[in-house]
Every structure is written in structure tokens, then in C-alpha cells.
Design a protein around this ligand. Sequence first.
Ligand code: C2E
Ligand code: CA
Ligand code: CA
Length: 703
Amino acid sequence: MGSPISVLILENDSNSVFDLVREMKSGGLSPLYRVVESFPSWETTVHEEDWDAILCSTREPFHSEIPIYLQYLNDKKLDIPVILLSDSEEFTKNLSYMKSGVNDIIDRKNLLRLTEVLERERRELVYRKEKNTTETFLYQSLKEIQLQKFALDQANIVSITDANGIITYVNDAFSKVTGYSVSELIGQNHRIMKSTDKTKEDWTKIWEIIQKGKVWRGEIRNIKKDGSDYWADTTIVPFTGQDKSVFQYIAIHHDITDRKLAEQQLTHDAFYDNLTGLPNRALFLARIEQKIFAYNMKDSGYPILFCINIDNFKRINHSLGNEAGDKVLQIFAERLKKYSDSDAIITRLGADNFAILLTHILSIDEGVNFAFRLLERLGDPIPIGGYSIYLTASSGISGFGLGGKEADVLLRNAEIAMFHAKSQKVGTVSVFNQAMQEKIHFQLEIQNDLKKALTQNEIFVYYQPILDIKENKIGHWEALVRWRHPQRGMVSPGEFIPLAEDSGLIVSITKFVLERAADVIEEVQLKQGHPISIAVNLSPQVFFDQNIFHWIVDLHNRRNIPYTSLQVEITESLAMKNLSETVPILSNLIDIGVKVALDDFGTGFSSLSYLEKLPLSILKIDKSFLNNVEVGTKESFLLVSIINMAHDLGYSVVAEGVEELEQLELLKSFQCDKIQGYWLSKPIGNEDIVPFIKKFNSKQEKT
Ligand code: C2E
Ligand code: CA
Ligand code: CA
């Protein structure tokens, strides 16, 4: 059996067909063939088989139809070799068909070439078909690869390096992220990215893995051309050849910088203060522990802690706004860093509380010196919004073994010492001792009890009369709050008012005092007809944070209390805190008829220039002024000038703490208007007011 071949024969001469078949067979082929004699039958037959060749006579009618056949094959995209059977005399003429797509021409008188041509054409056809399928396949694969590459390029940063780590390919995303152009990267060692988060050992391990042909995946921090860094989730895929050795590495990076930053931010936020960038309490405690450990191991010096609190910081937030307050805290933190030693660990514990941990100071005494020096330097003016802010701060010190050996105890002790310092005087330094701790305990207890005191009727009000020494009349009283503690007995306002101010309880206490004062005005003036006005003390927490004007208008509307029967007392330091806020509140009160007294004058800053800026009705001179006052002394000269100046400004003057008749006489001679003090009466209960007035009046009538 010869090699099978399928041939479509266009011929109407049966002898000729016979010759062709015989020739093919003798040439070793085993032909499967069909003969068609006209175009219509060809049109169907040509599709019926997968023809290896078409043998076509050049005689009529075929001769004139040859172009039609060729066209048809072309149109139908049928790749079948066409071989013409030509008569020798027409041979050259038929050569022209070669140009129009005929594969070969054979002389029908000499068929020797037929087998050879058929076999050649079949080979070429097979080749063409194979090539075609390969091309289609290749084309499709390429397209797929391109699509995959496109997809890969979209989501990833891709780089390829050869076995030696030399970059052979990078995609656009790679060059975009790194800032290097593609040409700058190709040919470079991958170390151009100088990943900074990995050690040499890390890289050795990674190379070991990928050189074995295994995939490595991890996070790498790379450096861009501009020196900034980015984080990449990286997968390195090694490609191995037939000998199993790696010939290239494809690295697919995924930019995770945002996620990393968010992670870092989270850990940073957990241990650092947002506003100042300083370590927070948790981190600070850990640092103290480290230092204590190092001290115990004789590896570091004696740990000393300094708690530092800005005095009256609330005032800054209040008067200049929180933004200015934040700025002040930042500047304060900067100064703490600047003026502490380089090995100091500084923290912001919260709000306006800071702390410093030092280990190079040899004794507590040295620590105290350090603290005073530091506080002094922190006092440099801070320029904010056109103002110069002068800060003072107070500091508490504790040391290892000084009442405690654990980090949290040390810190707490320094805080206790700091509170103690503040309670003494602003801008000072205290060293922790056991007594302080007891005092703080006591204060905490008192503060707790105070919360219950109002509801349990332990709080009440006493009233101290004020005598008009020119008219010899009593019409003016001061309301002074009292607390009868169920176990401790009477607790003095000097002790619990500061605690009430710290805890905010002062607001309810002041409201309570105002209502009781209103009770007295109702009873004594409205019911019993003795004209009376009562002064109520206002703390800064009430004056600035609450609408005291509204409170008084409300008392007037609700209880029919005349404005002229009410007075308020504010301290000099309160008044001076923020003039622009104080002045309008005071003016409003004075406008409706409420008298305003400046309390304890002479204890604070005693800045006389402030006096004329303040809308006031009364100046109350502190009792300390009466010490050592005798005619002709410096003190008496000062007293006289204060009284004269107050009169010039239109204020009346009350002298506080008058205990002796001599003091009264002297004050009278100095033209003082009124006096208050034990000489006249201690503060008394509301039920004793009318009897006191009656007794005083009857005494006057007798004299
Ligand atoms: P303050 O406003 O200066 O009140 C006068 C204080 O001096 C009263 O003390 C009074 O009892 C006392 N005093 C009066 N005459 C004499 C005297 O001749 N000699 C001596 N040595 N002392 C005299 P108190 O009642 O203990 O009040 C102390 C401070 O507590 C008051 O000082 C005031 O600042 C504050 N305070 C009292 N009640 C209130 C209140 O309702 N609200 C506020 N915010 N503070 C109050
Ligand atoms: Ca007062
Ligand atoms: Ca006073």
C-alpha cells in the first residue's frame, strides 16, 4: 500500500484521468480521488474532502474557468494546492497562472514529475497548516500572556532579575513607585533599592530559599530615588531551567506603605502623645521600670522623677481658646526637652501634666536645685496671638526608695508632691514625704464626703455683719459657707473650698449659698422690713465657667429678690486673670444694681493700675494689712494711700479682720468706710441676724 493522498481531478477526458491515477500509483501513492467536470459539481465536491491537491486540466471548459476556481478557493480560504495539467504547446502561456496562485504546471504528456510535485505540495500544505495552527496558538498565548501581564502590571510592581540579581525587566509601576526611570534600573543590581529593614543575615536567608527554587514572600522596605521609603509586600518567584538551576527571578511587589503607616501610627499612638510627640504615661512607666532595673543592677544612676504642672493652665484655654492652649503645651514640651539633659526621659502624662525622669543626679537636694532652675527657664514669655504669656509651673519630686520602689508608686509620689507644691504656692517645688501622702488621702476622702454633703444637709451658711463706721449702721453682710462633717465636725472653708473648686462642686455650693442668701433677704428685708444686702463669694470656676449674671437675673425673677440686696465678692487674682472677660461681666452686674467687691485686696499682685480698669463698687482690704498698723508707720501710710485712691475711683472701702477697737479707731481716722471682723461679730446663723440687728440698733439708740 502506497501513501494515501486525496486528489480532486478536474478533467473530462477519462483516458487522461486513467493516466494520472496510474502515474500516482506507480509513484508509490495510494490516491483517493474524485473527478468533476464542471464548476457546479466542483463547488460541492471541494468541501466534501480534506483534499491534498487539485489537478486541473487546462483544456476547455476548464481553461476559461481556472480564474473562477482560484478565486473561489481564495474566497473560501481553502488552502488546497492547485496543479495544472497542460498540453506542451500551451505550457508557457499557462505559466501566467502561476502568478495567480497555481502551485505547479505539469505537462500531461510527461507525468513523471506528478508524484514528486504532489508529495512536495502535500508536505508544504502540512507545513503550512502546522505553521498556521502554531501561529494561531502562539498568537493566542501571547495575547493571553499580554492580558495577564497587563492585569499583573495594573495591580503590582513587577521586576525581573537574572540569576545574579541584575535587573532585566521592570514595569512602569515599578519605575513610578521608585522614582527611577526604566533605563536607570535595567542592568543595575537589585540592591539599588537598598532595603533598610533587612539585615545582611535576613538577605542571606532569603537568597538561600529562592536559590533553591522556592518562592519567598514577605514585606520589604525599599528606598526610592528621592531617599524616601515605601513598603512592598513582595513575592519572589524563581524560574528554573532544565538543569534545575535558577535563571531568573520575578518579583511581584505590592505597595503596602499606607497600611504600614497606619500600623506604625497605631503603635505610635499607643505610646506617644499626639500633641507633643512625647512618650505617654504607659511608655514612661516602662522607662522608669527599665531605669529601676538598671539601678538595681548597678548599671545606671539613681532614678529621680519630676512631675511638672503648668499653673492656671485652664485660664489659657479659657481666655485664648483651645488652639492657643495646644500651642502653649507644645512650646512648653519643647522647652522641657531643651532645658533638661539629653539623657532625660520626658513625658506628657495628660492635660498640662508633664514628667521628667533623670538618672544622673546624685541627691534629692541636687534634684530640687535642678527643678527650680528648670521652672525659672520655663517662665520665659511665650508669644501667642499677639500676647506674651508668662507661665509658671510647679514641680513635685520623688526618688527611688523615697516612699516606694516601683515605677507606678514613684510616679504617684511625684504627682502627690506636685499637688502639695501647688497647694503651698504656685511656681514652687516640693519633695515627696509620707505626710503629704496622708494629707492627699485626707483630701481625697474629704472630696468624696463633700459630694454627699449637699444632699445630706451638712452644708449651711453663716453670715458676718459689716459695719458702716461713718453712718454707724449695719445693712451689709457676707455669706460664708459652712460644712458640718458627720465625723470630723466643722471643716473650714479654707480646707474644702479648694477641693470643691477642683472637683467642680463649687458650682452647686455657690448656687446653694445664693438661694440661702435669698432666703435671708426675703425674711429680713421683705418680711421684717430691715434693709439688708448680702455678699456672696465667687470662685473663678463659677465666675468664668457659669453665667453668674443669668443666675442673679433668674433669682430676681423667680424670687423677687431686689438686685440692690445682692453683692458679689471676687478676688484680685480672679479679676486680673483675664480683664477682657472680667470687665463686661462686672459691668453688667453693676448696671442692674448688684454691688461688686474686690476681696482680699493686698494679698495678691496688688497692682493698683488694674484697679481703675475694673468696674467695682467696694474694695475689701485684707486683714493681713492690719498687722503692725500704727500711726506713722510705713504700713499705715500705705493703707491711707489705698483708701484715698479707692475713694478717688469712687469705691467704698471695707477693712477685713478688725479684732480690736484700736484698729477700728485708726481706720476711722484713715477715712475707711466700713469694717468687718470679730470685734463686731463672728459669722452667725440666719436665725440670729434679726436679733443681732435689733440689739445693735437698740444699742445705738441708747448711745
Ligand atoms: P473671705 O472671703 O476673706 O472671708 C473672710 C474670712 O475671714 C472668713 O473666714 C471669716 O470668718 C474670717 N474672719 C472674719 N472676721 C475675722 C477676724 O476678725 N479675724 C479673723 N482671723 N478672721 C476673720 P471663713 O468663713 O473661714 O472663710 C474663709 C474663706 O473661704 C473666705 O475668705 C472665702 O474666700 C472662702 N469662702 C467662704 N464661703 C465661701 C463661698 O460661699 N464661696 C466661695 N467661693 N468661697 C467662700
Ligand atoms: Ca469674701
Ligand atoms: Ca476677704
